[in-house]
Design a protein around this ligand. Structure first.
Ligand SMILES: Nc1ncnc2c1ncn2[C@@H]1O[C@H](COP(=O)(O)OP(=O)(O)OP(=O)(O)O)[C@@H](O)[C@H]1O
Ligand SMILES: [Mg+2]
Length: 271
């Protein structure tokens, strides 16, 4: 089997590919098509191995909240919710896979709940060997935030932001890029504060400079930007840098995939 090339892990935020801000269960097909095109163009030009993870937007956050999946398995309600939330995420996933395939990428859906196990919300098992085999063939696995079996709580939500650093570490990614509906991490929520300033680089050394960080306007059960940053700081601790960039600015993801840096917020180890 061909040895795989340098791995890039890309997360397409639910805030970009759905109408999360408006809490509407709809795909932002303009953004999705454009990002799929940018990914494919960069992939064809540079030839890296690629794992795509996408977030949920209302497709996951709304049913997960309705069925209180973040509180664990209490009864039948969560069993119904598991099925419903997963089905909703699969619908979104098939649209992402289709968009990438139509542009010419050999994308393949990768269902996290089929092989992943959580313990208190943290991944303890994931079929990375299957992913390795797919990458070796030149396929592009497309995983997503999902509802998983949890050894302690019965069920828990696996957020795309938890899956990204897990995969980046296990698969030894060279680059980790997350796109969101904002330009990176700011010192205050940029959607609420006109004077918010972007943090070009973040590490455990200057994270205290952030005055306000939270979630989006839409329903969110996985902690929004705050949890995302927490996950990425942990990834930086093991020596893997990541960058959060805007998925709304045309061309930015392509530039980042082609090697551009400093386009949003870089999360790195304290120097
Ligand atoms: N200090 C901050 N800097 C940047 N964004 C912030 C900050 N505080 C809060 N936010 C909010 O975080 C949101 C992005 O997080 P969110 O979880 O909604 O995106 P996502 O991860 O792309 O979506 P999903 O979880 O559905 O995949 C932004 O819309 C922004 O309003
Ligand atoms: Mg999020």
């Amino acid at each position: 089997m061909a040895k795989r090339k340098e791995l890039v892990v890309v997360k397409l935020g639910g805030s970009v590919i759905t109408l999360k801000d408006q809490n509407r269960l709809e795909i932002n097909s303009g953004n999705l098509e454009r990002l799929a095109k940018e990914i494919t163009e960069a992939w064809k030009a540079k030839g890296f191995s690629l794992v795509v993870v996408h977030g949920a937007g209302p497709f996951g956050h709304v049913p997960a909240k309705k069925y209180e999946l973040d509180k664990g398995l209490k009864g039948d309600k969560q069993v119904i919710g598991f099925s419903e939330t997963h089905a909703s995420m699969e619908r979104l996933n098939s649209r992402v896979v289709d968009a990438l395939r139509r542009k010419g990428l050999d994308a393949v859906a990768f269902q996290p709940s089929a092989g992943g196990i959580l313990r208190n919300g943290k991944l303890v098992k994931f079929p990375v060997d299957v992913l390795e085999n797919m990458l070796g063939m030149g396929l592009v696995p497309v995983a997503y935030g999902d509802v998983l079996f949890d050894e302690e709580r019965g069920v828990s939500i696996l957020s795309g932001d938890h899956l990204v650093p897990y995969l980046a570490e296990k698969l030894k990614a060279g680059r980790v890029i997350l796109v969101a509906d904002v330009g990176g991490v700011y010192n205050k929520d940029p959607k609420k504060n006109m004077d918010a300033k972007i943090m070009k680089e973040l590490s455990r050394g200057n994270v205290h400079e952030i005055k306000e960080i939270g979630s989006s306007r839409g329903v969110d059960v996985t902690g929004g930007m705050e949890k995302k940053l927490e996950e990425l700081l942990r990834l930086a601790d093991v020596g893997i840098e990541s960058e959060i960039i805007s998925g709304l600015e045309p061309g930015l993801l392509k530039r980042s995939l082609l090697g551009g840096k400093g386009l949003g917020t870089i999360i790195k180890k304290k120097t």
